[in-house]
Design a protein around this ligand. Structure first.
Ligand code: GLU
Length: 580
């Protein structure tokens, strides 16, 4: 045994296995040559960020489109930053969006698959085996520096090198400790971490390759990076090479914030003699900020950074998935135009088509995608989704949003318990409402999210209060003392019947309008406007306002059919009382 091997034994007396044990246990996968093995590897530090979710989608699509494997790995080595329960939040978010890992850490906190455990805190023995090997090879060493002293040393070295070229070598003073010194320090009960003995010298360059960004030359690692912290657990820089090698990952998809420490990962892969993996570094998602400039979507400012936002707003999951594909692959929009009804799983996803510049995350566009998707749902689906949304509204998230947005916060202003109760007690009525203008050649596309529904259909779901018209303004129509509207609605109230077919219904409106001196023929009205109190369109608008409180609504005949005689007549009467 040489001194390095003796040091390794002293440092890791409990590690009895050799790396060959793990190499044999986790054999290379038997997959097609181009099948991609990917993993989504969140740290349990809170809610799921849209940027992370974007990455998870990429992982999933890349694996699925190549007949590969998609894994979920929990990176919980930083116990200080951990927020209890966020592992489950991440897994539930994936499940909600139908992203089902083939392998990984599961929602009941067990492992599924042959390459586990998939939670890093359960893999300490594995990391230590590889660290022990590096120590035995003289490629890593124990470092006993207490932080202030250690830092002092590093700063001195730093200054020397900085004077030279401007690059920083951070070689640790403990890299040259002898076996005797290590023995003594251990005997004295000193704490230690394990560091890489970096070979990098100022001016060294390495070539790195990113599937999307291509090949690049960057400065080599110059730092004796920590491989195992003094609590025995590795930081990301060591866990990443060990895990991705043993789980036989082919492509690592991660945020571009990892590019700056990439040279460390490359040197560790080399030290361990691992075959390199492919990388895709995903750009950060941006939005147009308050001052009109492009800026990062931020956790602290933007509620939409949090995946809970989309559930809270009631944006269907299909819309979020589809919109993300839109910004992920430039050719998605074309494909969708050519295949309007195809399942997104059929989209030929291509990693090469991911952009490198920060994509805009545009809520307005997302809502357009969503309107289209909702317009294709059945009335029953709209009912189930809306009820589910109203019942599961997240008060806690709402309060967080309120605090985040301050005076820019626009609350819903609707009693959701009342809405949910109404929907439950009037199921068929609600479904009939959602069916209005739905099963036509050109269904309406004006609902973007379930939270639009209470306002959009307030006149159907007992949320419309006719007294809101008492300021006499509806859109740009002023109803104050409007005798024409008053006499029209009065007369209409006498003739309305929900038993009428559409033609009879419309003929009645025309009849009443005519009696009240509205022009039925618009050409005639244009020629002699002074002879009439208005035209047929205006008469219809007054009736529409009386029944719905709005100047614009889905098909009024269908609305009346669903509301039925009593309610329609009651609304007309309320209108009369307000206007007169
Ligand atoms: N736990 C890391 C993160 O959340 C994972 C990075 C990676 O995917 O390699 O950023």
């Amino acid at each position: 045994m040489n001194d390095y091997e003796k040091i390794a034994e002293l440092i890791f007396p409990n590690i009895k296995k050799d790396v060959s044990y793990w190499e044999n246990k986790y054999k290379p996968r038997n997959l097609d040559a181009n099948a991609e093995v990917t993993r989504f590897a969140p740290s349990p530090t809170g809610y799921m960020h849209i940027g992370h979710f974007f990455g998870a989608n990429l992982d999933y699509r890349l694996a699925k489109s190549t007949g590969g494997i998609f894994m979920f790995r929990l990176e919980d080595t930083d116990k200080k930053r951990e927020i209890a329960g966020s592992d489950i939040v991440a897994l539930k978010t994936l499940k909600y969006y139908d992203i089902v890992p083939d392998e990984g850490f599961t929602i009941d906190r067990t492992n599924k698959g042959d390459y586990g455990p998939y939670r890093q805190s359960d893999r300490v023995e594995i990391y230590q085996t590889y660290a022990k090997k590096l120590v035995a090879l003289g490629k890593a060493f124990p470092c006993f520096c207490e932080k202030p002293e250690g830092k002092q040393d590093v700063v001195e070295k730093r200054e020397q090198v900085l004077n030279d070229i401007g690059q920083v070598e951070e070689k640790d003073p403990c890299r040259n400790l002898t076996l005797k010194e290590v023995e003594n320090l251990l005997k004295a009960g000193k704490k230690f971490c394990i560091r890489l003995k970096s070979n990098g010298k100022v001016g060294d360059k390495i070539k790195v390759f990113d599937v999307v960004r291509g090949e690049r030359e960057i400065g080599a690692n110059l730092k004796d990076v920590v491989l195992i912290k003094d609590n025995g657990i590795p930081p990301y820089a060591f866990a990443h090479p060990v895990d991705d090698h043993l789980m036989r990952v082919t492509t690592v998809i991660r945020g571009e914030e990892w590019i700056s420490t990439w040279p460390q990962h490359v040197e560790i892969f080399n030290a361990l003699n691992f075959e390199p993996v492919k990388y895709i570094h995903t750009p950060v998602l941006c939005k147009i900020g308050e001052n009109g400039n492009k800026r990062k979507i931020s956790k602290s400012k933007d509620p939409e950074a949090d995946m809970r936002f989309y559930i809270q707003a009631g944006i269907p999951k299909q819309a979020v998935t589809e919109y993300l594909l839109n910004i992920m692959n430039s050719n998605f929009e074309d494909w969708r135009a050519k295949n309007p009804n195809a399942d997104v799983a059929e989209f030929p996803f291509s990693a090469k088509k991911i952009g490198t510049s920060s994509p805009f995350f545009d809520i307005v566009k997302l809502e357009d995608v969503s309107k289209n998707i909702i317009s294709k749902m059945t009335a029953e689906q709209v009912y189930e989704n809306t009820l589910d949304w109203a019942l599961n509204y997240d008060e806690e998230f709402e309060n967080e949003t309120k605090q985040k947005l301050g005076e820019n916060y626009n609350g819903l202003n609707v009693d959701l318990k009342q809405l949910a109760k109404f929907l439950q007690e009037n199921k068929q009525f609600a479904i009939d409402t959602f069916a209005i203008d739905r099963y036509t050649q050109k269904p309406r596309k004006d609902i973007a999210k379930w939270s639009d529904i209470p306002t959009y259909f307030n006149y159907m779901f007992g949320l419309f209060n006719p007294s809101s018209l008492s300021d006499y303004n509806c859109g740009d129509i002023n109803l104050k003392y409007n005798q024409h509207a008053l006499s029209l609605v009065k007369e209409y109230k006498h003739v309305f019947s929900d038993a009428d077919d559409k033609e009879t219904w419309f003929n009645k409106i025309k009849e009443v309008a005519k009696n009240c001196n509205f022009a039925i023929d618009n050409k005639e009205f244009k020629l002699n406007p002074e002879c009439y109190v208005g035209n047929l369109a205006q008469a219809c608008t007054y009736i529409r306002i009386a029944i719905t409180g709005k100047t614009n609504s889905p098909d009024l005949y269908s609305i009346c059919k669903v509301l039925k005689d009593d309610v329609v007549k009651q609304r007309l009467q309320q209108f009369i009382e307000i206007i007169k």
